[in-house]
Design a protein around this ligand. Structure first.
Ligand code: KIV
Ligand code: ZN
Length: 389
């Protein structure tokens, strides 16, 4: 395994689909899964098979249709869950069972009314059950973000000993700061003696808007898998956004990491997921928002038109976006106005633009955005007046 490859584990169809109103039927899930495979994700978490017959069916059908990508099914550390997950995955070319248990004291005491020793034993047992069905077993230590590092290291060492090939360190509540999450991963790298036998995975939630930053901190500290969703969909404030992580690793080449994602497909899949899940993307969302490549203030537009690198660090084609946009508002300048006139076929001189700009500002003050038909109206009345003068 190349040391600097970061595996992309997509959980849009499991953690993402848990969002109220985002439920998909099996056909919709298959369509998204096939696109995720084309995009180049390494693992698709297709669902939680024991949770409902519908989810079982979706995992089973996706397992039949997807040929290259690993298909993963979620389970609790419960024998029946694991058996059902294995059954749903039986047609998968590359099946993975994702099993685990809460390891923070909140989970151990309040959720399970249990002890650290008992939870450790249940986690180890779950991995052993899963190993009866598949080689590729991922263990999650739910709420690892708030689990004491020493205990977490013991759990991780024992589940790797039991056969876990991937160890997932979820910041389930989105509580950690990036340096804390990075330190947690570094702690595991330095204190778990068999850590080289497994891939460490980041699974971060976005309750404080830190999911992407935490995942990247985790990778820098030694993790090599990021669990994420398209458009950052997920429980509450969402999961780590796939497009953000992939582009951070791509743009910061000096870090040396890479993924297999075909980045020009990022915007098309964002639109597909948004449409199928009926969940609009916020306009200012990084990489895939409708304003991600729009420039509207005069200072930015002038700089961008002289050299796009002045105000754009990513080229829209690289992420499959429609292209950079020069939007005309009351904050726009003369160069943007001249550029937009030129784009629709008017070659005005500097003097023309000076006159037109005054008219433009009057119109712009009455509207949110000056559009192409406004420009035609302005140009026509300007030419008429010039002809009559
Ligand atoms: O956020 C979380 O802890 C999870 C686990 C079930 C992996 O989604
Ligand atoms: Zn989660």
């Amino acid at each position: 395994m190349p040391d600097k490859k970061v595996f992309i584990f997509d959980t849009t169809l499991r953690d993402g689909e848990q969002v109220p109103g985002c439920k998909l039927n099996t056909n919709e899930k298959i369509e998204v899964a096939l696109k995720l495979e084309e995009l180049g994700v390494d693992i698709i978490e297709a669902g939680f098979p024991i949770s409902s017959p519908g989810d079982f069916h979706s995992v089973e059908e996706i397992s039949k249709m997807v040929k290259e990508t690993t298909i993963c099914g979620l389970s609790r550390a419960v024998q029946k869950d694991i058996e059902v997950a294995a059954q749903a995955l039986k047609h998968a070319a590359r099946p993975r069972i994702h099993t685990g248990i809460g390891t923070s004291d909140y989970h151990i005491r309040s959720k399970f009314n249990s002890t650290r020793e008992e939870i450790l034993a249940r986690g180890v047992q779950a991995v052993k059950w899963a190993k009866n069905f598949v080689d590729d077993v991922e263990f999650y230590a739910e709420d690892a973000g708030r689990t004491e590092n020493d205990y977490l290291a013991t759990v991780i060492e024992k589940v790797i000993e039991a056969g876990a090939t991937v160890v997932n360190i979820p910041d389930t509540t989105g509580y950690c700061l990036p340096h804390q999450y990075g330190e947690k991963i570094a702690y595991l790298v330095n204190h778990v003696k068999n850590i080289d036998k497994a891939v460490i995975s980041c699974h971060c939630h976005n309750d404080l808007g830190l999911a992407t930053a935490n995942s990247i901190a985790g990778v820098i500290a030694g993790a090599r898998q990021i669990e994420c969703t398209v458009n950052g969909l997920g429980e509450r404030a969402g999961n780590t956004s796939m497009e953000e992580c992939v582009m951070i690793l791509k743009q910061h080449k000096h870090l040396g990491f890479f993924t297999e994602i075909r980045t020009p497909l990022l915007n098309p899949i964002s639109r597909q997921v948004s449409d199928t899940m009926r969940m609009p993307v916020q306009p200012n969302k990084a990489i895939v928002g409708s304003n991600a490549f729009s420039h509207s203030s005069g200072i930015h537009q002038d700089g961008f038109l002289k050299n796009s690198l002045t105000y754009e660090i990513i080229s829209p084609e690289d992420v499959g976006a429609d292209g950079s946009k020069i939007v005309l508002t009351a904050r726009s300048g003369r160069s943007a106005l001249a550029f937009r006139f030129q784009k629709i076929g008017y070659d005005f001189t500097r003097n023309d633009i000076d006159v037109l700009y005054e008219k433009f500002l009057k119109v712009a003050d009455t509207k949110k955005e000056v559009i192409e038909s406004d420009l035609h109206d302005m140009a026509n009345s300007y030419r008429l007046n010039a002809a009559l003068a």
